[in-house]
Design a protein around this ligand. Structure first.
Ligand code: GAR
Length: 202
C-alpha cells in the first residue's frame, strides 16, 4: 500500500497531535482517482519546547518525538535551518503544525509544504490568543481554520473552516472546550482534503 509520510510539529499540550495520530493509525484512505489504497504514517513529531505535555503523549502512542529547543538558537532563521536539517532525516511529504507556537520564516516556508490549524475564523483573531479574543468579541460565532502555511502569521490559503454559535452566559472554559472539539473533528478532514484523499468507510 502506498504510504504518505507526515511529520507533526507541536509546542504544548498536543491534543490535536494525538487526535491526528489516532485517526491516521486507525483508518485507511483512497487516492483521488479511487484506484489505490493509501496509508498515512507519522514518522516523527517535533517540539520546540522540552517541557511540552505532548512529549508524554508521543511516548504513550509509541511515536518518535524529537526535541529541538528554540532557545538554543539566536535567531528565528537559525532555528528554522536546524528544523529543516532534522526534517531531512524523515523526508516528509508534508508537515502538520498542531499547536506549534512559533512563526516560521521563509527559510522554512519556501521549502516545506505545511498545514496549520488556528482556533478562529481567519482572517479574524490571528496570533496566540484567538479563543479569548473571539470569546470577548461581540461576534455571534467562533470557529476553527485550517490553512496552508505561508510566511505571514496565520495568513496562508484556507483549506477548510468550521464554526460554532456563541452561547449567552457560557464560560470561557466551556467555549474553549467546544472549540477544541471542533478542531479535533475538522483537522483530520481538512488534511485529507489538502492531500486529495478520502477515508475508506468500513
Ligand atoms: C490549538 O487550539 C491550536 O489551534 C492552537 O493551539 C492549540 C494547541 O492545542 N494554535 C494556534 O493558536 C496557532 N496560531 P493542542 O496542543 O492541545 O493541540
Amino acid at each position: 500500500m502506498k504510504k504518505i509520510n507526515l511529520v507533526i510539529l507541536f509546542s504544548g499540550n498536543g491534543s490535536n497531535m494525538e487526535n491526528l495520530i489516532e485517526y491516521f493509525n486507525h483508518n485507511e484512505f483512497l487516492s483521488e482517482d479511487a484506484k489505490e489504497k493509501v496509508g498515512i504514517q507519522i514518522s516523527c513529531a517535533v517540539t520546540n519546547n522540552p517541557n511540552a505535555y505532548g512529549i508524554s503523549r508521543c511516548e504513550a502512542l509509541g511515536v518518535n518525538c524529537e526535541i529541538l529547543p528554540h532557545k538554543e538558537f539566536d535567531s528565528r532563521e537559525k532555528f528554522d535551518e536546524a528544523l529543516l536539517t532534522l526534517l531531512k532525516k524523515y523526508n516528509p511529504d508534508a508537515v502538520i503544525l498542531a499547536g506549534f507556537m512559533r512563526i516560521l520564516s521563509p527559510v522554512f516556508t519556501s521549502v516545506i509544504k505545511s498545514i496549520n490549524i488556528h482556533p478562529s475564523l481567519l482572517p479574524k483573531y490571528k496570533g496566540a490568543n484567538a479563543i479569548k479574543e473571539t470569546y470577548e468579541s461581540g461576534d455571534e460565532f467562533g470557529g476553527v481554520s485550517v490553512h496552508w502555511v505561508s510566511d505571514i502569521l496565520d495568513g496562508g490559503e484556507i483549506i477548510l473552516q468550521d464554526y460554532i454559535p456563541k452561547i449567552a452566559g457560557e464560560s470561557l472554559e466551556a467555549f474553549e472546550d467546544r472549540i477544541h472539539k471542533l478542531e479535533h473533528n475538522l483537522y483530520p478532514t481538512a488534511i485529507l482534503k489538502a492531500l486529495n484523499l478520502t477515508r475508506v468507510i468500513k
